[in-house]
Design a protein around this ligand. Structure first.
Ligand code: FES
Length: 131
């Protein structure tokens, strides 16, 4: 099996058995967004301890890449701080997914979770700096 095949299997596994899927009753911030091309959605809820993410969960519907990418990101983001999320880039997400060969519309799928996590974290950070 090539490493591309292994990553494909991993993506499918996260799609079929998404980690951190479901809603929390109490959380500090949340965000939701969709891919305008297909209507697929991701919603994330985030709990913080100080500036660190203590828990993050998501719900959504959509293609394997959008859902797997969001799920993997929730695992990576636990314990990380606001700055880590702010610095997350497209390249970080593609690396997390094993650098798959994606066209422009599929890249939007892969980045949807990151977009939503950033929105949730930015709105939390903004609420902490308001006077
Ligand atoms: Fe909709 Fe991928 S096809 S997010």
């Amino acid at each position: 099996m090539s490493s591309a095949d292994i990553y494909k299997e991993i993506i499918l596994d996260y799609y079929r058995n998404p980690r951190n899927f479901g809603k929390m009753e109490k959380f500090d911030s949340s965000a939701r967004d969709s891919n305008p091309l297909c209507g697929d959605e991701i919603e994330m809820q985030v709990k913080f301890e100080g500036s660190k993410i203590s828990e993050v969960r998501f719900v959504g519907r959509g293609c394997a890449i959008s859902q797997a990418s969001a799920s993997m990101l929730t695992e990576l983001a636990k314990g990380k701080d606001v700055e880590w999320v702010k610095n997350l880039s497209k390249d970080d997400i593609l690396k997390m997914l094993g650098n798959p060969d994606l066209g422009p519309s599929r890249i939007k799928c892969a980045l949807l979770g990151m977009k939503v996590l950033k929105q949730a974290v930015y709105s939390y950070a903004a609420s902490k700096t308001e006077v």
